[in-house]
Design a protein around this ligand. Structure first.
Ligand code: ADP
Length: 466
C-alpha cells in the first residue's frame, strides 16, 4: 500500500519535473540565454525533485502507516490477542478510529477474561462436587466429566473427553437413559445398581442441555449406596426385632394355653410351665432393655459424661461380679496388669459404661468357654492410651464371622447363643459404648483355641507415667 501511494506520488513528481525541463528547453530556444543558465535551471529542478521525493515519501508514510497498524491490530484480535492496542497516529480521522479500536480491544480482553474466570469457577465447582457430572454432545461424545463421575463409573477423566459415552462406560443403563433424554424432551431420573468391582447404587439424573437442535445432555450421578445400605439395615433390624420378640412370646403363649387347658391343676406340670413363662419373660425383658440401651446410645442421648476411671479397680469389680458363675463352670478367672503399668493407671471414660463393657465381654467369655478353661483380663498402657484385653480359651470365632460379631443380632451359632440366654445385642452395645467414649475395639480369635477382645481408651493425665 505504502509503495503504491509512494510510486504514484513519484510519477506525479517526475511528470512535473519533465514538464519543467521541457518548458526550460523551449525557453532556451526561444531566448538567447546562455548554456550556463540552462545547467543551473536543471540542477535546481533536480534538487527540487529530490526534496519533493522526500516530502512525498513522508506524506505517503504518514497517511499509510496508521491503516497498516490498524490492519495488524485486527489480525492480532482475530488470533485471540485480546487487549492488543495500537499507537494513536495519523490525522484526526485516524486517531479517532485507532482510539475506538483500542477501546474495543480492551473491552474484548475484559469480557473474555471474565468469561475465562467464570468458566474456571464453574469448573472448580463442578470438580469439587460430591455428585458426579458428565456433559455429552448430541452424539454422546463426552464434553466434560468431573472426578466424582469418573470414580462412580470407573474411568479416567482426562481420557474421557472427546470419546463416546459407550467407550467410556460399559453401563448400558446409563447410555439408554442418555439416548432417551436426547430423543425425548423431558429430564429422566433412574436408580441404577452399579455392578462393577464394588456394588454401588447410583441415582442418575439426565437432562438436555438448553439450546436448539438438542446440543447434548448433562448427567448428574449421586451415590446412594450408603442410603440404601442404611435402609436395608433398618429393614433387617425391624425384621430381627420382630423375630426375636416373637419367639419368647410364642413360648409364653403356648405355655399359658397348656396351663389353661388343665395343666394348671396338675402340680407336677404347673411348675415346669411357670418356669418356662418366667424364663421367656426374662428373655423378653433382657431384649427390650438391650434395645433401649442401644437406641439411647445411637441417638446420642446416653449422656456419657467422661471422667477419670481407674482401670485396676474397674477390672477387679467386674471380676468379683462374675466369680461365682465362673467357679460354677470351673473356669479360671483372673485379672493382671502388665509389669510396666502403674497401679493408679486411669482412662477417660464413663464408669458405668466401662462396667457394662467389661461385664459383657467377660460374660461372653464365660458363656463360650468350656469348663476347665481360662479367662484373663489384662491391661497395658501407652503414653496416650490404655488397652484392656479380655482373653479366653473358649470355642473361638471363625475368621469370616469376626468382622460381623459387632452387628446387631449377629450370632455365630444362633441356637447356642439363645440357649445361653444371649440377645445378640451385647457386642453391638459394647461397640457403640466404646465409640461414644472415643475408644476402639478389636477382636482376634482362633477357632477352637480362644478369643481376645481388646478395647482401648484415651489415657487420663492424672495417672503416673511409667
Ligand atoms: P450374644 O448375646 O449372642 O452373646 P453378642 O453380641 O454378645 O451376642 O455376641 C455376638 C456373637 O459373637 C455371639 O453370638 C457369639 O457367637 C460370638 N461371641 C462373642 N463373644 C465370644 C467369645 N468370647 N467366644 C466365642 N464367641 C463369641
Amino acid at each position: 500500500m505504502l509503495w503504491r501511494v509512494y510510486v504514484t506520488c513519484l510519477i506525479l513528481v517526475a511528470c512535473a519535473m519533465g514538464f519543467a525541463c521541457l518548458v526550460g528547453v523551449q525557453e532556451v530556444h526561444a531566448t538567447t540565454l546562455t548554456l550556463n543558465w540552462v545547467q543551473t535551471s536543471i540542477t535546481i529542478a533536480i534538487m527540487m525533485g529530490v526534496v519533493a521525493l522526500v516530502i512525498t515519501y513522508r506524506i505517503a508514510r504518514q497517511f499509510i502507516q496508521p491503516s497498516e497498524q490498524l490492519a495488524e491490530g485486527v489480525r492480532c484480535l482475530m488470533q485471540g490477542d485480546f487487549g492488543h492496542t495500537i499507537p494513536v497516529a495519523g490525522g484526526r480521522e485516524f486517531s479517532t478510529l485507532t482510539e475506538s479500536f483500542n477501546t474495543m480491544s480492551e473491552r474484548l480482553a475484559a469480557t473474555f477474561g471474565q468469561l475465562d474466570r467464570d468458566r474456571e469457577h464453574l469448573r472448580t465447582i463442578l470438580l469439587g462436587m460430591i455428585e458426579g457430572v458428565i456433559a455429552v454432545d448430541n452424539e454422546q461424545r463426552v464434553l466434560f466429566a468431573n472426578e466424582r463421575a469418573a470414580e462412580f463409573l470407573e474411568f479416567v477423566p482426562e481420557q474421557a473427553v472427546g470419546r463416546k459415552l459407550w467407550e467410556v462406560t460399559r453401563q448400558r443403563a446409563v447410555q439408554r437413559l442418555v439416548e432417551k433424554t436426547l430423543s425425548h424432551s423431558g429430564p429422566y431420573r433412574e436408580e441404577l445398581d452399579w455392578k462393577g468391582p464394588t456394588v454401588k447404587s447410583l441415582d442418575v439424573y439426565v437432562a438436555r442441555l438448553p439450546g436448539p437442535h438438542s446440543p447434548g445432555a448433562v448427567l448428574v450421578l449421586h451415590d446412594i449406596t450408603d442410603l440404601r445400605r442404611l435402609e436395608r439395615l433398618r429393614q433387617d433390624f425391624v425384621a430381627n426385632v420382630s423375630h426375636e420378640l416373637k419367639t419368647p412370646l410364642a413360648n409364653i403363649k403356648s405355655s399359658v394355653e397348656v396351663l389353661l387347658d388343665g395343666a394348671v391343676e396338675d402340680p407336677a406340670l404347673r411348675g415346669g410351665f411357670l418356669h418356662e413363662i418366667s424364663d421367656q419373660a426374662n428373655r423378653l425383658d433382657d431384649l427390650i432393655q438391650d434395645l433401649l440401651v442401644l437406641a439411647r446410645i445411637e441417638s446420642g442421648e446416653s449422656g456419657l459424661e467422661l471422667e477419670t476411671v481407674e482401670v485396676e479397680e474397674a477390672v477387679h469389680e467386674c471380676l468379683d461380679r462374675h466369680r461365682t458363675r465362673a467357679e460354677a463352670k470351673r473356669l479360671n478367672l483372673s485379672g493382671v496388669a502388665l509389669a510396666a503399668c502403674p497401679s493408679d493407671l486411669a482412662i477417660i471414660a464413663h464408669d458405668e459404661a466401662i462396667a457394662r463393657i467389661l461385664d459383657n465381654l467377660v460374660d461372653n467369655s464365660i458363656k463360650y468357654t468350656p469348663p476347665g478353661g481360662r479367662i484373663t483380663v489384662r491391661w497395658d498402657s501407652g503414653s496416650d492410651s490404655v488397652c484392656i484385653e479380655v482373653a479366653d480359651t473358649g470355642i473361638g470365632i471363625p475368621e469370616r464371622d469376626q468382622p460381623r460379631v459387632f452387628e446387631r443380632f449377629y450370632r455365630v451359632d444362633k441356637a447356642r447363643s439363645r440357649e445361653m440366654g444371649g440377645t445378640g445385642l451385647g457386642l453391638s452395645i459394647v461397640k457403640h459404648l466404646v465409640q461414644a467414649m472415643k475408644g476402639t475395639i478389636q477382636v482376634s480369635s482362633v477357632l477352637g483355641c480362644g478369643t481376645t477382645f481388646r478395647v482401648c481408651f484415651p489415657r487420663a493425665v492424672s495417672s503416673t507415667l511409667p
